[in-house]
Design a binder for this molecule. Sequence first.
Ligand code: NAD
Length: 355
Amino acid sequence: MTENGNDKQRRILVTGAGGFIGHHLVSALKRRGWWVRGVDLKRPEFSSSEADEFEILDLRRWDACLQATRNVDEVYALAADMGGMGFISFNHSQILHNNLLINIHTLDAARLNGVRRYLYTSSACVYPEYLQNTTEVVPLKEADAYPAQPQDAYGWEKLISEQLCGHYRDDYNMLTHVVRFHNIFGELGTWWGGREKAPAALCRKVAVAKLTGTHEIEIWGDGEQTRSFCHVDDCVEGMIALQASEFTKPINLGQDRMVSINELAHLVASIAGIEVSLRHVPGPQGVRGRNSDNTLIEQVLGWRFRVSLEEGLARTYRWIEEQVAHALRCSPQPQELARQFASSRVVSMNERTPH
Ligand code: NAD
């Protein structure tokens, strides 16, 4: 195996390579000429993986983790049972159980297999609810995670796995990195089914409004809740820079431009070239406001997002409109499908995917 550097022999494992960010990451690593193994429960849905090897494995299992982490220098750990607010608000035990198993086993298998660099993908969901109770929130710094009080089991699992990475660094001298993403979005991500995030859901609803001429879209809650949104291309560049660095404490990665969900919906509609009215319906909203303080990542990695929210949304919207138009064209009951696309689903334990 090779030590970290620019050499072409570098061998890398990406877990969750069949998912949204993992798929983009594999492509970015291949553009650099490195050897990549992708592992997931499923292959990417919307375009084929460029990974040199792609193995279908259930990383909750110890033997699968040993197999996945063999003969690699670096691991990017992205595999997770997750989704948008409609998923993480209603599946606490499943999320905590599955993701703890995945992370405990993947990290220890990597240690046993002599992996030198390990990057764990955490989330802004680790931050305490008591700092996020208003729409005009102060951007969250890394140190704000403690005293801990995340809103959901998803955030607790991320915090525990962050801690585990820290202990493996101290006890086994493994170079572990922890990145906290703030709402990553872009093309080739889940846009329908209950696991999609707000930007993809809004793009889908606006596309349906445009294609069917309804011009009204549904929003969960009053839509005044605020967030920042970062395009996946910027996210992937930040991850690769972090893995190459010696920095080992948790670090934020996101945009620091905060918008409300209502503003986001109007932005997508203007990209689509239509006007929409917003119909507010009951639904999970998460914390009231959240923004990323990027001081640390700018200092440590010189990272700053390059893709503006407008540009990222335009790219994402174009791709989702194509998906929606294609699905409606191919459906024997396009009106019924359009009706389903126009609303958001909450996925509960009873209809979980067969993991
Ligand atoms: P995603 O759901 O698209 O990808 C996760 C992948 O993990 C999926 O393809 C899934 O099949 C796979 N997976 C789940 N259980 C598995 C198992 N038992 N074995 C093997 N693979 C399994 O999610 P994403 O948006 O690409 O997120 C990637 C990582 O980034 C996750 O750890 C997520 O928690 C974190 N994150 C993402 C965001 C975001 O906005 N997208 C924000 C914060 C944190």
